[in-house]
Design a protein around this ligand. Structure first.
Ligand code: ATP
Ligand code: MG
Length: 348
């Protein structure tokens, strides 16, 4: 049963995006996001991570949430309102101040020819700081909350600041609208490794001190494990496993999550999983084939996996899209707990 949208901060229901790509003389349609559902709760702030290999649909999903791309199908509810159907005015005056993006490349957010504090003053003014004194105070306070100060930043151009500083400034700019949700797409991947954890910690602090929820997109499972409350793992447009992060990453059930986790020790936040993982490049066949999109790479593949799309099963406090967990057996033997424990079904 679908939860009531008004009980959640964000609820994505059966969201899909179809793209058409050219292959030689013909064109192929594929579902870059395929009936994805997730919720970010409203009662208390949470960090929800979207993880998965390159090309799995994370950015496409985030862009639909931000209204930068129209869904082909499905719904996105924010505070109970279906934002796929709101007016431009409502989007601009309400939604865009409540939900703020943080992009991967902080330098792309700021023009090299414009002083960064100008952006902050403009945003403060636009969102209600009437006098320039109030604007200054608000900008200074907000910069302090991201570990900077107006004194450090005033009059400087983007190229005079480090990647870590400029990403903090883009977070500060987002905070000036007093949002309830940040959508952060790989926000630390272009930041110098030595500064990465300090930005990651900033998201944690903002959650605790400002009641901010974050949809946090990353390749990096170690950071996800450290930062997130819940996680959804994407594979070729599907969410294949989702639930509390300590369950999903502590004891992954989907063979794909096991593959991902097996590629990186969670205890080492400086390592990125994609440096080592044996992951497949973009393969359009995996999107368009019958049955499970992981079948050709799965060490536990069964007959049914090549014929039918696996449904979502509720198992051990998370949702898993895999026939291995069909309680009725789905016409094939289901591994017993003993088989799982013995390592016949490998838990990374
Ligand atoms: N405008 C577009 N037209 C056609 N295909 C697209 C378009 N945008 C994205 N895609 C394809 O959709 C799939 C999902 O892309 P997306 O950028 O959402 O993946 P991602 O999970 O964010 O990857 P990464 O980790 O590399 O950022 C990819 O195969 C990508 O090539
Ligand atoms: Mg992306």
């Amino acid at each position: 049963m679908q939860p009531s949208p008004s009980k959640n901060l964000l609820q994505i229901s059966d969201l899909s995006k179809v793209f058409t790509i050219r292959r030689g003389l013909s064109s192929i349609k594929f579902q870059a996001v395929d009936h994805a559902s997730l919720t970010i709760q409203a009662e208390k702030p949470e960090i929800f991570t979207l993880a998965g290999e390159s090309g799995s649909g994370k950015t496409t999903l985030a862009r639909m949430v931000l209204g930068l791309q129209d869904p082909s199908d499905g719904h996105i509810y924010y505070k109970g309102v279906d934002i796929t159907g709101i007016s431009r005015k409502q989007r601009r005056d309400w939604f865009m101040r409540e939900v703020q993006p943080i992009f991967q490349d902080p330098f792309a957010t700021f023009s090299p020819l414009k002083k960064v504090d100008t952006y902050l003053f403009e945003t403060a003014k636009h969102y209600g700081a009437k006098s320039s004194d109030r604007g200054r105070n608000l900008v200074d306070q907000t910069l302090t909350s991201v570990g900077l100060s107006l004194r450090e930043v005033a009059g400087r151009y983007p190229n005079e600041l480090s990647g870590g500083q400029i990403q903090r400034i883009s977070v500060a700019r987002a905070l000036l609208t007093a949002p309830s949700l940040l959508v952060a797409d790989e926000p630390v991947s272009m930041v110098d490794a030595s500064l990465r954890m300090s930005i990651v910690n900033l998201f944690k602090t903002l959650k605790e001190e400002r009641n901010l929820s974050v949809l946090y997109i990353t390749h990096d499972l170690a950071t996800a494990y450290y930062l997130a409350d819940r996680i959804a793992v994407m594979l070729r447009g599907w969410i294949v496993e989702s639930g509390p992060v300590e369950r999903v990453l502590g004891n992954p059930l989907h063979p794909y999550t096991q593959l991902l986790k097996g590629s990186i020790p969670l205890a080492d936040p400086d390592r990125r999983w994609d440096e080592k993982a044996d992951l497949a490049p973009m393969d359009i066949e995996e999107y368009t084939r019958a049955g499970c999109r992981f079948a050709d790479r799965c060490p536990h593949v069964m007959d049914i996996c090549r014929r039918q799309v696996p449904p979502d099963y509720e198992v051990e406090g998370r949702t898993v899209k895999c026939f291995l967990y069909d309680p009725a057996g789905a016409g094939v033997p289901v591994p017993s707990q003993a088989a799982l424990d013995s390592g016949a079904i490998h838990h990374a």
